[in-house]
Ligand binder design. Structure first.
Ligand code: DOR
Ligand code: ZN
Length: 345
């Protein structure tokens, strides 16, 4: 097989940032994906319908001429989120979902939720109106080991929430463990998860053996090989709960290659070929379309994209660096300098 045509995929978890960074990172996503769920962890975060509408306008203004890409907006939950504002934003078609960052869990999460008990009214409303709750699923307790933080969150925080709100729809974002795969399977169609290309192609050895590789560092951090295997098995299974979300998260090169490097892999320039590489290595290319283009729309209750994209088998190398105007100056993509077997035609 030398070419593979699929329904145009969507990216169900994406960081686009703002200003010059937005202008630099939006084109590669808009060239391939029909829609993307845009994360709200700007500085300051996007917490209201009004702010999400304004951010959507900035994204649309930054799109290349003629692009038909649609940003799907999210609001960042805080201890003070107003359920009426979320419901109004959802009804007006401005907000697709809300994002829960436990305070301190990751990049720009300081304004996140400090206690889930403060969120009861919000969760009740989300369950009522069918608005999905997207979670960064990691506990933040000082003494919980970083490699255990996702499994502990699912067990101690998310399980009680889904039990208490039986109609709440939840996406476990950037799943990284066998426990997350198990959690999604255990809750049927109301719980889904996104899986990133880095968690399918790499494990913590790739991050740490033979030298520390900052461009493989993201949160939740890469886990053991057995978790990579569980994620590959889930993504390539065709099961409805597993769908594409790159978590492409650009940071300036200097901020990642630093004595305290930022978390985030900028995968957008090679996103679909990275997934194709992982699926081909797993001998499951025939399931790529289900994962990339069908399962996400079904979960979100949206139509599948009408048009298609074609991948061709043509080896290429991911660029070493991407230029950005202004102080960021350059970003190093995930998989920089390494080759991939498939490219977008
Ligand atoms: O690695 C990550 N980077 N994980 C996140 O959850 C946030 C993201 C970012 O915004 O840079
Ligand atoms: Zn993210």
């Amino acid at each position: 097989m030398d070419s593979l045509t699929l329904r145009r995929p969507d990216d169900w978890h994406l960081h686009l940032r703002d200003a010059a960074m937005l202008d630099a990172v939006l084109p590669p996503t808009a060239a391939v994906f029909g829609r993307a769920v845009v994360m709200p962890n700007l500085k300051p975060p996007v917490t209201t319908t009004e702010q999400a509408a304004a951010y959507r306008e900035r994204i649309l203004a930054s799109l290349p001429e003629g692009s038909r890409f649609t940003p799907l907006m999210t609001a960042y939950l805080t201890d003070r989120t107003d359920p009426d504002d979320l419901a109004a934003g959802h009804a007006a078609g401005v907000l697709t979902a809300v994002k829960l960052y436990p305070a301190g869990a990751t990049t720009n999460s300081d304004a996140g939720v400090t206690s889930l008990t403060r969120l009861e009214r919000v969760l009740e409303r989300l369950a009522d109106i069918g608005m999905p709750l997207l979670v960064h699923g990691e506990v933040t307790d000082h003494d919980v080991d970083i490699f255990d933080r996702e499994a502990r969150f699912l067990d101690e925080v998310l399980e009680p929430i889904v039990a208490k709100f039986p109609t709440l729809r939840v996406v476990v974002e950037h799943a990284t463990t066998a426990e997350a795969v198990q959690f999604v399977r255990a809750h049927g169609e109301r719980v889904g998860c996104t899986i990133t290309p880095q968690h399918l192609l790499a494990n913590r050895n790739d991050l740490l053996v033979g030298g520390i590789r900052p461009h493989f560092y993201c949160l939740p951090v890469l886990k053991r090989r057995k978790h990579q295997v569980a994620l590959l098995e889930a993504a390539t299974s065709g099961e409805a709960g597993f769908f594409l979300g790159t978590d492409s998260a650009p940071h300036p090169k200097h901020a990642k290659e630093s004595d305290c490097g930022c978390a985030g892999c900028y995968s957008a320039p090679a996103a679909l070929p990275l997934y194709a590489e992982a699926f081909e290595r797993a001998g499951a290319l025939e399931h790529l379309e289900t994962f990339a283009s069908l399962n996400g729309p079904a979960f979100y209750g949206l139509p599948v994209n009408e048009d298609t994209v074609t991948l061709v088998r043509k080896s290429w190398e991911v660029p070493e660096s991407v230029a950005v105007d202004g102080p960021a100056s350059e970003i190093v993509p995930f998989w920089a300098g390494q080759s991939l077997r498939w490219r977008v035609a």
